[in-house]
Design a binder for this molecule. Structure first.
Ligand code: AMP
Length: 366
């Protein structure tokens, strides 16, 4: 689809008012870009730092028309923007990243098929709509495996591991009738991710590759450098850039990767695409001159991208739930930068903020 004629970007509409929207609005403000955030939740963290906001469901066409009238371009902080919402807006003004990025990232089956089509390795996968599909899929993929809903899964939600035949009925029931995808279990040793920004002109920049450590399926730490074998970092970067280019993506895109140690060396298996800024890139705020948030805002505003060079080694720690109860204790820590999202209510598993801890850059390059 061709974009409606672009006007110079002064104001960016952001769908979604969570911490990612908040950090996008903050980064945009530094470039003189105003943000108008649309989110159904009246208590959205992004509202506090945006020039303006609209409280409305994403399907509310009057609200979307109001947003379209007030901004020059629309972006989003989450991939589950309804297709009808994106289409409604795209008929009125540029939506960046575009519809292809949403379509691919919203459905795990479309996503894995897309990755495989680019020659990027994934876990073996099969579509599962019926229990017969599941039996047939398991006969091919083997045990262990994981069954996931095709849509609306995040942080391990909508997933069931299948270790042996006894697990099959419960795993199928856990999908609650939703279309699913069966994946072979990947015996990974580490998880990494690659964040690439693609400009309106097709220019690509890729940040250094972090290693990501999860606790209870929620990201806890990202560390850079990741200490990858020679060549692995380059392969990860090539995956990020191939995905961004093939999607005709504008903005930041993250690809989550599994690292598997084999007799032949490290192998990368792609797991998931996030067509947006990503939690595993929060360290770029402190360790790069231009963060992932600024890179995204530059791209969607049609501005040139910046050098993504990292000047420091860094560890990002997420503050989850009660860990954020007394955040002032982190303020005295040297080499640490605290970022709180302004969420008033602490809930278990809720991302409340993060800390970036930097050290002088080591000679190790990756
Ligand atoms: P996802 O929602 O696809 O990002 O998966 C959440 C987490 O579940 C991942 O970060 C992995 O730790 C684990 N996981 C997902 N898919 C697989 C797989 N095919 N093999 C092994 N672990 C997986």
């Amino acid at each position: 689809m061709t974009e409606p004629a672009a006007r110079p970007v002064r104001t960016v509409g952001i769908l979604g008012g969570g911490q990612l929207g908040r950090m996008l609005a903050l980064a945009g403000a530094r470039l003189g870009l105003r943000s108008v955030v649309l989110c159904p939740d009246a208590d959205s963290p992004a509202f506090e730092v945006a020039a303006d906001h609209i409280v409305a469901p994403y399907e509310d066409e009057d609200a979307l028309a109001d947003l379209a009238a007030r901004v020059d371009v629309v972006t989003y902080e989450f991939e589950n923007v309804p297709a009808s919402t994106a289409a409604f807006l795209a008929a009125r003004l540029p939506v960046r990243p575009g519809p292809r990025s949403l379509e691919v990232a919203q459905d795990r089956l479309v996503e894995k098929t897309f990755l495989a089509g680019l020659g990027i390795p994934t876990a073996p996968f099969r579509a599962v709509d019926t229990s017969a599909d599941l039996e047939a899929g398991l006969a091919e993929v083997g045990f262990p495996a994981v069954l996931k809903t095709r849509r609306f899964g995040y942080d391990g939600k909508g997933q069931a591991k299948i270790s042996n035949p006894d697990d099959v009925p419960a795993a199928f029931a856990a999908m609650k009738g939703a279309p699913a995808i069966l994946e072979g279990w990947v015996p990974f040793s580490r998880e990494i991710s690659v964040l690439t920004a693609r400009g309106l002109d097709g220019a690509l920049v890729t940040f250094d590759v972090p290693e990501n450590e999860h606790r209870q399926h929620i990201l806890k730490f990202s560390r850079v450098p990741a200490g990858l074998a020679a060549g692995t970092e380059a392969k990860a970067r090539a995956i990020g850039e191939a995905v961004a280019a093939a999607l005709d993506h504008v903005g930041v895109v993250a690809v989550e990767l599994f690292l598997v140690e084999t007799a032949e060396g490290e192998r990368l298996i792609a797991n998931e695409i996030a067509p947006r800024v990503h939690n595993s890139g929060h360290w770029t705020e402190s360790a790069c001159l231009v963060s992932q948030f600024e890179a995204h805002m530059r791209a969607v505003a049609g501005l040139p991208l910046a050098d993504p060079t990292r000047h420091s080694d860094v560890e990002m720690e997420n503050l989850i739930g009660d860990e954020a109860r007394d955040p002032t204790r982190f303020l005295a820590e040297s080499g640490a930068s605290l970022h709180l999202y302004g969420k008033t209510e602490i809930r278990q598993g809720r991302k409340m903020g993060h800390i970036n801890r930097i050290r002088p850059r080591s000679l190790r390059t990756v």
